[in-house]
Design a protein around this ligand. Structure first.
Ligand code: AMP
Ligand code: ZN
Length: 667
């Protein structure tokens, strides 16, 4: 046992070291493959010997814990915001104020990139990551430790000397490449693309399932140590110290002895920022000397010793040629401005987003207008204003479409929603074709061989009007179509046949119910077990499922209220598709828990809730969602609600923790 423990600890240390070499030094000494092998070996050992659990093990980077809520934490040291400067003059004014307060003209500054992400405060206790908290209102933020743990550039274990307990501040960003890739996948699935990397990073930190966070390419840059002052005397030194401890410190910073030099750094990055792999929105200038910083102190909202120089958003004039109204597969209308092409921030821009009717109304747009377009964090630029002086008197006002550009049905707008919809779900060609295209897509039914264009063709020829019709297609119907040959037709028919085996959760996603993406489909499939049970569920039942809110619930109920949808599902059933979930069916490994009923509550450190549920069932136990006299145990993780505790006490149900549960099933 001792040997195993030592081996396990050595593996953990080696993996921490390799991580540091890879992410901080950018100098790996083993291949990705070897790294994965070691990681797998460690994961296997940890599974076999749960007694050696360590919340900072490199294996936990892959996530798996479920966070139902994020506790509010008061910052030990408030997270201030920064004063802004928009011009050189404002920087000179700031310098004058500083010099006056300090009574000296010799002040040096560090210049750092201002990352456009989410600020985070990390606390380490004896060199081990203990807590990660968002800025929130500066005084209190949300604890997101489990999710932050999955970010490879956040060290879980520090290297070398460190003070007992200290905090460090940084910014979590989503690099542009990773962001674009995520959006490509979303668009391929027919989902709305994310607007910008910053909001996406911020949303990611609040995901309940940390394994989803682990899959997103987040990075963390650290820039401010709140620690024992004996470690460093200047901001520059603190950055160097942080790097030695294993933190991912940005490489682009400089020390300047005057505002002139600061301006030099600013102009350089104002031009170069479009070449960075992530977004920055300015430069942060800090007084370098820590004792000078202390002397300057803070105002009620920001440090006097730092200032953020904000870049102007890149913008230019363009002529508005027309406005297109596009229909998506769910019927949502997106207005898009078509522009006379102009160059902005190094790329040619032909289109700009207009979001919705309110936006168009607010801008007071006319055709032919000279508009200002701006590239903020968003991928598609937006129109920020209109030059009315350049408008010709004959110009016509842009009116929002009243009817669907495709099927001419009158558009509707749901109370409280910003978007317009074409309500003709059953007859609008774009929606019908879009739904079938979604149905066959890779992550849905994966009917390869059938492309989007073939679907359009099949629809035009009226060979299919719903995705159920795919299953009735014959060789003789397909062979006369353009670009079809014996082999390709056979492949298509085989792929269609093969898709009958696709598991229920993917089929459910493929049906294209609004707001039911892959994750939601999986949740619904495993909770309800079959389409019949799901179709019967009302809104109240649906919202009881993890992560299902009323918006999704209502959309599911609407879907099953449509007679056409029911008929299509009946046809699909007839063709033999999988409308029952295999997620819940499995043979128990043992009967240790047979006859016992468990209610699971709270958050667990070593396993996700779903994994724990599976373990209970694997050992012959039953899971129920609410406490009753039939419940044998309440298995409590962290942050269990007080109500559950009281109820369990009333009913005299034993409450057990994670550790006792594991010893129960291991005996
Ligand atoms: P603002 O949110 O505009 O008040 O700007 C202040 C924020 O800039 C801070 O809360 C940090 O999250 C962020 N920031 C980004 N990069 C840096 C940096 N290098 N140093 C300090 N703050 C930074
Ligand atoms: Zn329509």
């Amino acid at each position: 046992m001792k040997q195993i423990r030592e081996h396990l600890l050595a593996l953990r240390k080696a993996l921490h070291d390799h991580n540091y070499r890879y992410y901080v030094l950018d100098d790996p000494i083993i291949s990705d493959y070897d790294f994965d092998q070691k990681l797998r070996e460690l994961a296997d050992l940890e599974k076999q010997y749960p007694e050696f659990f360590d919340p900072n093990s490199p294996t936990l980077r892959v996530g798996g814990t479920i966070n139902k809520n994020f506790p509010t934490i008061t910052h030990e040291f408030p997270m201030y915001s920064l004063d802004n400067a928009y011009s050189e003059q404002e920087l000179f004014d700031w310098e004058k104020r500083i010099q006056k307060r300090l009574g000296t003209d010799t002040v040096a500054y560090t210049c750092e990139l201002k990352f456009d992400g989410v600020s985070i405060s990390l606390t380490y206790e004896s060199g081990v990551l203990e807590q990660a908290v968002t800025r929130g209102d500066g005084t209190q933020g949300d604890e997101v430790t489990q999710n932050v743990r999955t970010i490879p550039t956040v060290p879980l274990q520090l290297r070398g000397d460190f003070t007992d307990r200290f905090a460090i501040r940084g910014e979590i960003v989503l690099p542009i490449d990773g962001f674009n890739k995520m959006n490509e996948e979303r668009v391929a699935l027919g989902e709305e693309p994310y607007r910008n990397p910053r909001n996406t990073a911020s949303g990611t930190l609040k995901l309940q399932d940390s394994s989803l966070v682990a899959k997103r390419p987040l990075q963390c840059f650290l820039y401010q140590m709140i620690a024992d002052r004996s470690l460093f005397t200047t901001q520059l030194e603190s950055l160097q110290t942080a790097r030695k401890l294993g933190f991912h410190v940005p490489e682009h910073y400089t020390l300047s002895s005057s505002i002139d030099e600061v301006m030099h750094f600013i102009s350089h990055w104002e031009k170069e920022r479009s070449n960075l792999p992530f977004e920055i929105d300015g430069i942060v200038i800090k007084v370098n000397d820590i004792s000078q910083q202390d002397e300057l102190g803070y105002t009620s909202k920001s440090p006097r010793w730092a200032i953020a120089y904000k870049f102007k958003a890149e913008s230019t004039y363009a002529i508005l040629e027309s406005v297109q109204f596009q229909v998506g597969r769910t019927g949502a209308i997106t207005p898009v401005a078509v522009l006379d092409p102009v160059v902005l921030g190094g790329t040619v821009v032909k289109r700009a987003s207009l979001h919705n009717a309110d936006q168009i109304e607010k801008l007071d747009l006319y055709y032919g207008d000279s508009v200002v377009i701006e590239k903020g964090g968003e991928i598609i630029p937006k129109i920020t204003s209109v030059d009315r002086n350049k408008r010709s008197i004959q110009a016509k006002k842009v009116l929002y479409a009243s009817h669907c550009p495709d099927c001419q049905t009158e558009l509707i707008r749901i109370e409280g929603e910003a978007d317009h919809y074409c309500p003709n779900h059953e007859g609008c060609p774009t929606q019908i074709v879009g739904r079938i295209q979604h149905f066959i897509s890779r992550k849905a039914m994966n009917i390869y061989g059938l492309g989007s264009e073939t679907i359009e063709l099949l629809y035009q020829q009226r060979l299919i009007v719903s995705y159920a019709d795919l299953y009735a297609l014959t060789y003789d119907q397909l062979i006369p179509l353009e670009r079809m040959a014996d082999k390709s037709v056979q492949n298509i028919l085989d792929a269609i046949e093969e898709s009958k085996k696709v598991p229920f959760e993917r089929l459910l996603f493929a049906l294209g119910i609004r707001y039911v993406g892959q994750t939601v489909a999986k949740k619904l499939a495993s909770y309800f077990g079959s389409i019949d049970a799901l179709a019967k569920a009302d809104v109240e039942t649906l919202v009881e499922v993890d992560e299902i809110g009323s918006r999704i619930a209502e959309s599911v109920v609407d879907f099953f209220a449509s007679l056409t949808n029911i008929q299509i599902i009946d046809q699909l059933k007839m063709y033999g598709l999988q409308f029952e979930s295999k997620l819940a069916e499995h043979q128990p490994i043992s009967n240790t828990l047979s006859g016992q009923s468990f209610v699971i509550s709270g958050v667990f450190s070593s396993h996700s809730r779903d994994e724990i549920k599976k373990l209970v069932e694997d050992h012959g136990g039953k899971i129920s969602s609410s406490l009753s006299s039939k419940t044998t145990y309440l298995l409590a993780g962290e942050n269990m609600g007080p109500k559950k505790q009281i109820k369990a006490d009333e009913l005299g149900i034993s409450i057990i923790d994670e550790a006792s549960f594991f010893s129960m099933i291991s005996s």
